[in-house]
Design a protein around this ligand. Structure first.
Ligand SMILES: NC(=O)c1ccc[n+]([C@@H]2O[C@H](COP(=O)([O-])OP(=O)(O)OC[C@H]3O[C@@H](n4cnc5c(N)ncnc54)[C@H](O)[C@@H]3O)[C@@H](O)[C@H]2O)c1
Length: 264
């Protein structure tokens, strides 16, 4: 048996209407999983599920709403018979110098990026643990960031949120491991990928006057990644690995997929 395959597994990916989440849904589906596309973007999310086909389901999910999480996980279990993988990928980026960042911007960033991941972890554990609605263990993958490992100019709120995701993941890994739940929890730390969010970051550096123009911003970010920019699939492949039984002895790690950004 190929332990890298995901046949028989059911995966829910938050924020998978586009960007890294969409690439992850495609990669997990290509690996054999049934996938639940979960997002606030109903039109794009439903299209994404249609593109994948019969083994995909779209559910509306605002990660900050606990009732949405309960309904999304229940829908996965009802449609596909269980839940084995939850990828907490949905997130936003706030670009602002800390001295100018409003409390509302800071709180909103933490609400989506941290409270949203907390709720995903909580309801994944409840469903996956022995006696839960699925009850067969599983893998939780939380998408943090390179900005969750070191400070970044103009990204104070975002760094705060992604740093919290890093340790929330480790705390969840400890809890699930010590309590014998059969659930692994890991975080992934992507470098800059030119999704809508990634392009916005480059533009925001210019808008904030931190870079003179977009070409300079792009060169600066490119220079920070030792082997060039990555693709959404590069992150998705890492999620696929951590979701699979090939990673059965891996929990509580932080996997940097960043073209060498963190090493430099
Ligand atoms: N792109 C990068 O360079 C990069 C780097 C490091 C980490 N990340 C992280 O990867 C994840 C995906 O980023 P991306 O680049 O694909 O961004 P993106 O903006 O292209 O996509 C984010 C998705 O999350 C969804 N979303 C936002 N708020 C939501 C909410 N409240 N409930 C449910 N869904 C919500 C959006 O609708 C969208 O589909 C994020 O957590 C991001 O912080 C991205």
């Amino acid at each position: 048996m190929n332990e890298f395959q995901l046949d028989g597994k059911v995966a829910l990916i938050s924020g998978s209407a586009r960007g890294l989440g969409a690439a992850t849904a495609e990669a997990l589906h290509a690996g054999g999983a049934k996938v639940v596309i979960a997002d606030v973007l109903d039109g794009e999310g439903a299209q994404m599920a249609d593109r994948i086909g019969a083994n995909a389901l779209f559910v509306h999910l605002d990660v900050t709403r606990e009732a949405d999480w309960e309904a999304a996980i229940a829908a996965a279990v009802e449609r596909f018979g269980g839940i084995d993988v939850v990828v907490n990928n949905a997130g936003i980026e706030t670009t602002s110098l800390l001295e100018n960042c409003t409390l509302e911007e800071f709180d909103r960033t933490l609400k989506i990026n941290v409270s949203g991941v907390f709720l995903g972890v909580k309801h994944a554990i409840r469903a996956m643990k022995p006696g839960g609605a699925s009850g067969r263990g599983g893998s939780i993958v939380n998408i943090s960031s390179g900005a969750g490992l070191k400070g970044s100019l103009g990204l104070g709120a975002y760094c705060s949120s992604k740093g919290a995701v890093r340790l929330l993941s480790k705390a969840a890994a400890v809890e699930c491991g010590r309590l014998g739940y059969g659930i692994r929890v890991n975080s992934i730390h992507p470098g800059l990928i030119k999704t809508e969010m990634g392009v916005k970051t480059l533009n925001d550096y210019v808008r904030l006057g931190l870079m003179p123009d977009e070409a300079t911003a792009e060169q600066a970010f490119l220079g920070a990644h030792l082997i060039g920019f990555g693709r959404p699939q590069d992150i998705a492949n890492g999620v696929r690995y951590l979701a699979s039984d090939a990673a059965r002895w891996i929990t509580g790690i932080e996997l940097s997929i960043d073209g060498g950004y963190f090493a430099a």
